[in-house]
Design a protein around this ligand. Sequence first.
Ligand code: HEC
Ligand code: HEC
Length: 636
Amino acid sequence: MQRTPAWKLFSLLSILAGCAPAHPPSEASYFHRSSTSLQLTENTSWNDQWWLAKTSRALRGGNSLSKKEDAAALLAQGKEKVVDQFLKDPRFADTILDFSMMVLGYRQDLIKYGDGQYNYLAFQHPQAIRASKEVASDGDFFRLFDLNQNLYMPQLASPPRYLYPEDSALSDSALRLKIFNKMQMGMDDLIALSTQLSAKQPTSNPEVCKKYKEYTDTYLNKDALGIALSVSFNQMYRAEYYGTVNSYCYSAMQKPFDFVSEFTKIKTKNALLFSLLVPFEKENYKPTSVSAIQSLDLSGVLPTYRNTQFSPLLAANSLPNSSTNYDRKRGAYILKRFLCDDLTPINVENPSTHAGDAHGTNPSCFACHYKLDPIAGFFRNYGAGFMDFTGANNIRFDDNASMKLVDYVKAWAPGPNTDHPLNVGYIRSTQDLSKNFYGSSLDDLFTFLKTAPEARRCIVRRAYEYLVSPDQTIDGDYLNYLTDAFNEDTLTVGSSRGLKNVFKNIVLGKAFGTQNADHDTCYDRKPGYFSDGTEAPCKVSSILAQNCVKCHASTDDSGNLDLSHWQKLPDGSYGFPHLDGNGDLMPAAKTFQMMIDRISSTDSEARMPYRSDMPSQDRQQLFNWLNQAIGPGVAK
Ligand code: HEC
Ligand code: HEC
């Protein structure tokens, strides 16, 4: 995927031709013009060509129109047909791969290398590969949230060459075979030595162990097979492979130990693993489309192996778990990436109703920790290197500290009820616990994400960020409209077609089709939207409509505050109509400050929305907007 000059060329030409608007229209002027009059003021042909190039890249894994494709003929069919055609293109799966990686928190420039092979990082995101394969075959996109994944394989890496410098001319596969044969000869030597010594030394075999360590140092720890990028040698040290011998040799060596049968088993598994790897040699395997990516089935070699690596971000290096962190880094990742909850610091929820004592008494801590700690609890059995310690006595962390698992888990006690003895879940309300999702295992969390309304809406938001821009303001009602359609489609025609429709709606929308779009403008509105010019700014209007307007629809309502309108106030500022004790309109900034105080109050009688819940994502967005508005002000 190359950055196309065509893209830049089109925008440059359109500027030279004078068709790009010098300034993006302000929200008010934009929406007061009807869409047809807007079209007439622009040179449709250049803008359409620009749109076509952009859409091709967006929906076909970064690929521009080919020389064979006739832009005019494509556009003559109408934009909708063009989009339908691009969505059927096999390269749309590359777009979904790229998009899914972005959902997981990883944005990369190049999804494929120059030779058409996938960027290695894609294989570290098996969930993303799975999701894109599903969309390519009209399957279930939400397998993105399957915790256990296939081990999708890149081409095998070159085996290390230093072991046999004299064989520099050998191909990768021939060299790998040679190394494999040496490994098996090494096993034969170990078997012979153990046979020879076993009568003499039934319990302690230091010679055998010494030779075994030489073997593992040469072949396993230095990754002589060149497979560590796919199958880490940690996995090979599992009890079902090298692990039994390993623990014998590295522990007291006191019980009688049957080396011969253990080494024979290892030798058989070596042979099986090697035969499974051969199909992934460069000369046998060149996946250039998502559907051609194959997975390695390790069940014969490592029957209990589960590929739970959700993404490199969840794995050890990026989201380590220390003995004091209590999985909060991992919990924050889940809230931010999949539930679009950015954990903005506002004192918002009522500490007195908090069950546990995890900073529960300090409102400024509680603001985040009431939801962060319970979501972190799903990870409580996962210690160092994202290893699952379920059932073990002790859990070890990435900082090498360890503690008794039963004691560690007490951090999440007590839970809401006897069915859920631990406070592990997704907390929507601290007042009405029936609104919350409580679970226990990581599988519970990922199952929840497949259907949670917040996760659905977050996916749609990510699609908008992905296609338009991460900074583009989205009207909440439009986002809800797309999300409702996505949910409906998921039930009727399936999640893959639903996601395609989300993409289709967005690329046919106004923000995507506007060159140099103004990030503060809401270009896209749900069908039937009509502006009379008096509604609140679009960043917050739907939040206010859903959470506040039922009690604040006019200046006769509660607090003489009207949160459904927006107007120029006597002091020249723009804001909400709000009367003081004398019946005079208050300055906007004063109302904003009162709103900030009310939505962040910890006093349950003062806190707004009065005696009701509000999604924390909405509260954060309103809070951020108010703080910004109180500074430079918000005009319209
Ligand atoms: C804005 C949201 C927010 C607020 C407010 C907040 N925290 Fe946290 N806290 C987090 C997040 C997110 C993490 C995980 C950070 C990480 O490890 O990267 C965290 C981690 C922690 C940790 C673990 C640190 C470690 O890694 O050892 C402790 C302890 C903690 N918070 C205590 C508090 C206390 C006490 C307060 C109140 C004074 C507080 N937090 C307020 C979001 C918040
Ligand atoms: C269930 C009804 C209800 C909802 C919903 C509600 N409020 Fe209120 N609000 C009231 C009542 C009643 C008052 C007046 C009593 C008081 O001052 O607490 C009030 C007062 C206020 C005041 C103080 C006005 C003044 O002049 O003193 C502000 C600011 C406010 N609300 C903001 C909000 C915001 C922002 C929302 C939405 C996030 C909201 N309210 C949602 C009922 C509600």
